[in-house]
Design a protein around this ligand. Sequence first.
Ligand code: GLA
Length: 387
Amino acid sequence: MKEKLLEKFAELFGDAEGVKVYFAPGRVNLIGEHTDYNGGHVFPCALTIGTYGAARKRTDNKLHFYSMNFERVGMQEAAVDALEKEKDSDWTNYPKGVMWTFAKRGYEMPCGLDLVLFGNIPNGSGLSSSASLEVLTGFILRDLYGFDVTNTDLALIGQYAENNYNGMNCGIMDQFASAMGKKDNAIFLDTATLSYEYAPIELEGAKVVVTNSKVKHSLVNSAYNQRRSECETALSELQNVADIKGLGDLSEEEFEKYKTAIKDDVRVRRAKHAVYENRRTIRAVEALKNNDIVLFGELMNASHVSLRDDYEVSCEEIDILVDEAWKISGVIGSRITGGGFGGCTVSIVKDEAIDTFKEQLGKAYEEKTGKTAEFYIVEIGDGPYIL
Ligand code: GLA
């Protein structure tokens, strides 16, 4: 990969002297969905796929962006002192947003840079290609300009850029998983405090399998932002009767006791998901510690039902993948993963059932939707690094 990027860099900018190549991972979330902006827990892990970038400082203030994934678009230009929000958004808004956020925090880039990118996360798959690009950009800026920021800062900067430059009100999970990833471990993160703990994923005789539906429904961002604001309204209604900072502060019992304070049925279901999903996540990590993989799988399945029925972020194609997966013997658990409305499912499958899983699920999905699913056996990787 390094050679490929350096070659492209030299082709575009004359030579590749002094160019460094960097990587930041995508993520898959095992459980804890739509809890991260509700002060709840999440349990994602970094992948070994993500975004690569070859970068070199310039002597002027220009920025050159080139993506090997969008060759037809060609080279994009900007300038370090002209990063104010632009309406004609494209993929360069991710790196630009991060640079803009750094500058807002007092980390001004003293000069521009040339950046060639390549990502190997399937487009629109919900495996956080955008978060990986944000974390990658922050990581590159820190290395090239010596900005004094931690990896947690890189995650927060990425999230800020996504919220305020790109208009997507995401939580912290994706950027945190990318910035803080650790090989063979998932991250049990309390989004209320950002305290976290690594949990080794050593599934005896089973693997984590991601299935890409290859579907991405439109209006994802607006539906996501809408869910978030429904939760915020529900929280403020609950705050009339309970002393809480986030929905993640409530147990299931407390929620049942207070829920009549929420004056709309849809909002009751949204808040219920956030509360119950948070508790499921805590319980799932507990189960993993006790080597109770069966319980972990049951909690994954319950997570899917809640995301489908109460949070309403699934879709027909994803429900087919999950329903069909549940029928296959050797499947320990299966659910939608990520923001929703398409993208991927995550499943835990026994080693000996993996071939059947791919074959049977692939066939059923194709028969029912006319689409070809893609399978990816998860390798859990590290956070950002220099190649
Ligand atoms: C998207 C967001 C995350 C998180 C998930 C749902 O991936 O970027 O912050 O809210 O959806 O769990």
